[in-house]
Design a protein around this ligand. Structure first.
Ligand code: DGY
Length: 327
């Protein structure tokens, strides 16, 4: 029996790629950069499955170009704002993602960003490399205190909760804003009544919400003005959750102490972007989940979702279970 044809939009770790190659006739995009839209439309034509990344836009046009034999879309990411899920759902196509396995890696990294921006680690490193280090100084590169400070989590799902767990070891008081999410007693985090209250009280604000119409520009000029001038903003969620123009203005005016961004809008951030001129803005290239084991597991989970869809089985991790009816 011929193997099902699939398009894999990038070279993913072997843990996943080997599974895909064993089960499928796989067309694997060899480039370091994502396929263009034209390449996506062309290479997706006639396939039964697509394994894609968060850099690939999947919408009705692409699904129609692929054809009616398309059985599954598997995204190697927990976030799936690159996919117009309703377009897949109306076509009866299940969409898979990779939840859970990147929780610890992402929370570790968000915590690292919080420490780095709060304690000005990257600025310090640049200072040394620039040959500016002349003596020990009582007021050189003073940063934020952690013990006893308040960490405000916007979103208290898996990653937000993992942040709360880490915060305990640093004696941080933890508050969160996530309407409808009950407190978890062992995490010692209390819910804030409103985003405004959370922002007003927090010394560190870390974002852990998916990108949706409701969360786009949730952090904007108005909400930034509610934050303490000494506060640090950390974004490992999605770039457009923050209005970057407003963030630039707040950081430049020292209306906010610092920001640390793993995600930006757009990605990649152009090298001449104004945020990159600011010493109090730390920016890294969307690498919060980039630990070896995590990326292996993500690739494996994405491959398992793909293969389940090709077999006509329920995806182990499906974001639109409505396609199965009744659920
Ligand atoms: C995800 O999986 O959504 C992450 O952003 C990847 O790092």
């Amino acid at each position: 029996m011929p193997k099902p044809k699939v398009f894999v939009t990038r070279i993913i770790p072997d843990k996943g790629l080997d599974l895909v190659k064993d089960f499928c006739d796989a067309d694997i995009w060899p480039g370091e950069l994502p396929p263009s839209r034209a390449d996506m439309l062309e290479r997706g034509r006639g396939v039964e499955g697509v394994l894609c990344l968060l850099t690939d836009k999947i919408d009705g046009e692409l699904l129609d170009a692929a054809g009616p034999q398309l059985k599954v879309i598997s995204n190697q990411a927990v976030g799936y704002d690159n996919i117009v899920v309703p377009d897949a759902t109306v076509r009866g196509i299940p969409v898979g993602n990779t939840p859970g396995i990147l929780t610890d890696a992402t929370a570790d990294f968000a915590f690292a960003l919080m420490m780095a921006a709060g304690r000005r680690i990257v600025e310090g490193e640049r200072y040394v490399r620039a040959g500016l280090w002349k003596t020990w100084s009582p007021s050189l590169l003073l940063g934020a205190d952690f013990s006893g400070a308040t960490l405000g989590l916007v979103g208290f799902g898996r990653i937000g909760q993992a942040m709360a767990k880490r915060a305990q070891g640093f004696d941080l008081r933890v508050r969160y804003y996530d309407p409808g999410q009950p407190p978890i007693p062992e995490l010692n985090a209390s819910p804030a009544e409103s985003l405004e209250m959370l922002l007003r009280e927090s010394d560190f604000v870390s974002l852990h919400v998916p990108l949706t119409a409701q969360t786009r520009h949730m952090i904007n000029a108005e909400t930034l003005a509610q934050m303490k001038p000494s506060a640090v903003l950390i974004n490992t969620a999605r770039g457009p959750v923050v209005d970057q123009r407003a963030l630039y203005a707040a950081l430049k005016a020292h209306q906010l102490f610092a920001a640390a961004l793993d995600v930006t809008d757009p990605e990649p951030l152009p090298a001449d972007h104004p945020l990159l001129e600011l010493d109090n803005c730390l920016i890294v290239p969307h690498i919060a989940s980039a630990s070896r084991i995590t990326r292996d597991k993500m690739a494996q989970m994405a491959a398992e979702n793909l293969i389940a869809g090709l077999k006509g089985e329920r995806l182990p991790n499906c974001v639109n279970p409505e396609v199965y009816g009744g659920v």
